[in-house]
Ligand binder design. Structure first.
Ligand SMILES: Nc1ncnc2c1ncn2[C@@H]1O[C@H](COP(=O)(O)OP(=O)(O)O)[C@@H](O)[C@H]1O
Ligand SMILES: [Mg+2]
Length: 255
């Protein structure tokens, strides 16, 4: 059984102005993720990537088609979600540690264990020395790493990440990706990571699903056969550039 399976998922949004036709966003999306797989969904802005994640998480309903997580409908699955804008989901008046711990409140885990788990993830991403800082005191990259730690600490069945690094500069983004892979490697959570950054998608994933412009269709699925652990030097390797070019040919960006 696949950890995540989408079959022919379509999504149309009704327009507020009834004169306008429904907005077609997802067109027959089928995809599968095996347990422990890291899938990147790569597509242009506005093509429907966030909508796809919302449907997998059960936040939004598809117009047709089916979504299964470990064979269950999304409402019954434990889904970790890292949003594009960290400020929407984190508490500025709590510390770094306090925000991660929040994921475990309401679960049957003692305060002591919650702190231990939160500290463990902070250490994994190299932020131990910032543990007692308030969330608002941290940089954008650190904030997203805290959001990522929180999603892992929740111990979900699957993890969904919506362009978590899209507001960061190139080199900070690459550093954050390495930290993310550090944590991911330990837990091997099935992950769907949405991105409009070609280097990011190739660097992180086992498999990249290339979306077209809206309405998003699957244009192709590319296996990333780069070894793990991934290293920054790989960004300039022949294998990386070969995969990158293949993706460029598949995507809208080809000339
Ligand atoms: N709740 C909604 N109601 C109507 N239109 C929406 C809604 N959510 C997203 N859209 C539209 O659907 C399209 C795809 O949006 P989105 O999934 O956010 O794209 P992406 O994440 O790939 O940038 C956009 O044109 C957006 O305006
Ligand atoms: Mg989006």
């Amino acid at each position: 059984m696949s950890a995540i399976e989408l079959r022919k998922v379509c999504k149309k949004f009704e327009q507020a102005n009834k004169q306008l036709r429904n907005l077609r966003v997802l067109d027959n999306i089928s995809l599968k993720a095996k347990k422990g797989e890291f899938i990147a969904v790569f597509g242009p802005n506005g093509c429907g990537k966030t909508t796809l994640l919302n449907i997998i998480a059960g936040i939004e309903k598809s117009s047709s088609g089916s979504v299964r997580i470990d064979g269950k409908c999304p409402a019954l699955a434990k889904v970790g979600f890292v949003f594009q804008n960290y400020n929407e989901s984190m508490l500025p008046w709590r510390t770094a540690l306090g925000n991660i711990e929040l994921a475990m409140e309401g679960q049957k885990i003692s305060k002591k264990d919650r702190m231990r788990i939160a500290e463990h993830y902070l250490k994994k991403v190299g932020l131990s020395r910032h543990k007692n800082k308030y969330f608002y005191e941290l940089s954008g990259g650190m904030k997203q790493l805290i959001a990522i730690c929180r999603a892992f600490a929740y111990d979900p069945d699957i993890l969904l990440m919506d362009e978590p690094f899209s507001s960061l500069d190139y080199s900070t983004t690459r550093k954050m990706e390495l930290e993310l892979l550090n944590v991911w490697r330990e837990t091997a959570k099935t992950t769907i990571f949405v991105s409009h950054d070609i280097d990011e998608a190739v660097f992180l994933a086992d498999k990249v699903i290339v979306f077209s412009k809206r309405p998003a269709r699957v244009k192709g699925i590319i296996e990333i056969d780069l070894p793990r652990p991934r290293k920054l030097e790989m960004l300039s390797s022949k294998a990386f550039i070969r995969i990158r070019n293949k993706m460029l040919r598949l995507s809208e960006y080809e000339t």
